[in-house]
Design a protein around this ligand. Structure first.
Ligand SMILES: [Zn+2]
Length: 447
């Protein structure tokens, strides 16, 4: 035992209560049949009333050995059973909250340049779509990312990760998609991989060559102005095989929306990716209702992102497939758009996760507690639901629900000590950093 945190005011374990309904595929309403073994359904995200159960233990204790949690319970019950060795570090967390580290399950972390000029234009009334139509938006970051060296991309991403860690993020998903040509997509993914050894946050890679159509596939001489088929072919026949062969990503994502990739193109790309062992994700129905939530259900996507305008049929298919809805209220705030119908999703029994969507254009937020605040203010989540969405469900959205996202015996010791008397302070006093200590893989990395 090298670290014991004891007398914790509120320990949020996020462990499922033994008879809780609302994990994985199944019904939210009481189920007359006995649940299948919990292992069989674990890791698919919690939904319905189960999202409100934070598994709180008062006067709690967590014991850590190496990188694992070895004991979780009440201090009075566990303390007498534990061996306190000379090297054991003991932390008292009276009047404080201990909880799982935040999992930021949707970011575009590695990119060149910055877009404060566009921010200023938007502040004076120009819309995001108007800027994109003039060659700004994603395409301007593509130019800067192609030009940037690996060193520069790495240096800038490291600064972002340092700040994220201070706000309590212990795992981050990071997408490519600012290369839009094979070598630059691979460059971004290789930087992702490198970042893992250089700082404490675990970086999980997603290939997103289908983020936009690159300049070289656009021409006035082509019908519609874009050689769509040609670029989709490049993704399917060259990028995906190369990325899979070099094991540079676990997931493949497609921006399926108005003005970007169609549902048919998304299905082709995501099915190809699945055949190469990459799990599907999809940016779905953010700008308009185009049938992207339906695609998520059809390809059994691990997660569907944004979802401002999903159809009823699309949500029903997502529920059936066990797809997690990753909601990104920071983007709605930044580009002054609507918010996703989160309550409806929770009522339908779809597991909801939260993330920052950090990127240089539509959302620069790097701070998960702030996202939890926004989720309560604009998505209508309760503080407990938002915390579940930012920890356990977010872990499930990157297929790590069995390793992280909750404080349970046998799990990786990724946790936070927050200097607040109860968890409701996180959204209530948003914008202030209450993270006092960050533990990653059993090691104190902040505080
Ligand atoms: Zn995104």
């Amino acid at each position: 035992m090298h670290l014991i945190i004891q007398h914790i005011g509120q320990l949020l374990t996020l462990a499922p209560s033994p008879n809780a309904l609302g994990e994985g595929r199944g019904e939210v309403k009481p189920n007359p049949r006995p649940l299948p073994s919990r292992e069989g359904v674990k890791g698919l995200g919690r939904f319905g009333p189960a999202m409100s159960d934070l598994g709180i233990i008062e006067d709690g204790l967590v014991a850590i050995e190496d990188d694992k949690i070895v004991a979780v319970g009440k201090t009075s019950e566990f303390k007498p059973k534990l061996k306190f060795l000379p090297h054991t570090k003991v932390i008292d967390a009276r009047n404080q909250v201990v909880m799982p580290g935040f999992v930021d399950c949707h970011t575009h972390l590695v990119y060149g340049g910055s877009r404060e000029d566009e921010f200023e234009m938007r502040a004076s009334g120009v819309t995001y779509q108007e800027i994109a139509a003039k060659g700004g938006g994603i395409r301007s970051t593509v130019k800067a990312t192609r030009l940037a060296s690996r060193e520069v991309l790495k240096r800038d991403a490291l600064k972002r990760l340092d700040r994220m860690l201070l706000w309590g993020t212990t795992t981050v998903e990071s997408k490519s998609g600012y290369g839009l040509e094979t070598k630059s997509e691979i460059k971004q993914l290789e930087v992702n991989r490198n970042l893992n050894g250089l700082q404490p946050i675990e970086v999980v890679s997603t290939f997103m060559g289908a983020h936009e159509f690159p300049e070289e596939y656009r021409s006035q001489n082509i019908e519609g102005g874009i050689d769509r088929e040609g670029y989709v072919r490049l993704i399917c026949e060259e990028m995906i095989p190369r990325v899979a062969e070099a094991k540079l990503a676990e997931f493949c994502d497609v921006f399926c929306d108005q003005g970007v990739f169609t549902p048919e193109e998304a299905i082709k790309i995501l099915e190809t990716a699945s055949n190469y062992g990459l799990y599907p994700k999809i940016h779905a129905d953010e700008l308009a209702s185009v049938g992207a939530a339906e695609v998520a259900g059809k390809v059994k996507a691990v997660s569907a992102e944004h979802l401002l305008y999903p159809s009823q049929a699309g949500l029903a298919l997502m529920k059936q497939a066990g797809t997690i809805a990753v909601l990104l209220p920071g983007t709605s705030l930044t580009i002054k758009k609507n918010y996703a119908p989160a309550r409806k999703m929770i009522e339908m029994g779809i597991p909801v996760a939260l993330a920052t969507d950090h990127n240089p254009g539509s959302c620069t937020i790097e701070n998960m507690p702030f996202i939890i605040g926004l989720a309560c203010l604009y998505l209508g989540l309760t503080p407990a639901e938002a915390i579940c969405a930012a920890t356990y469900n977010a872990a499930c959205a990157i297929k790590r629900g069995d390793k992280i996202g909750s404080v349970e015996e046998g799990k990786q010791a990724d946790l936070l000590i927050m200097d607040i008397p109860n968890y409701r302070y996180i959204p209530y006093h948003y914008g202030v950093n209450y993270v006092k200590t960050v533990v990653k893989k059993g090691r104190i990395v902040v505080g």
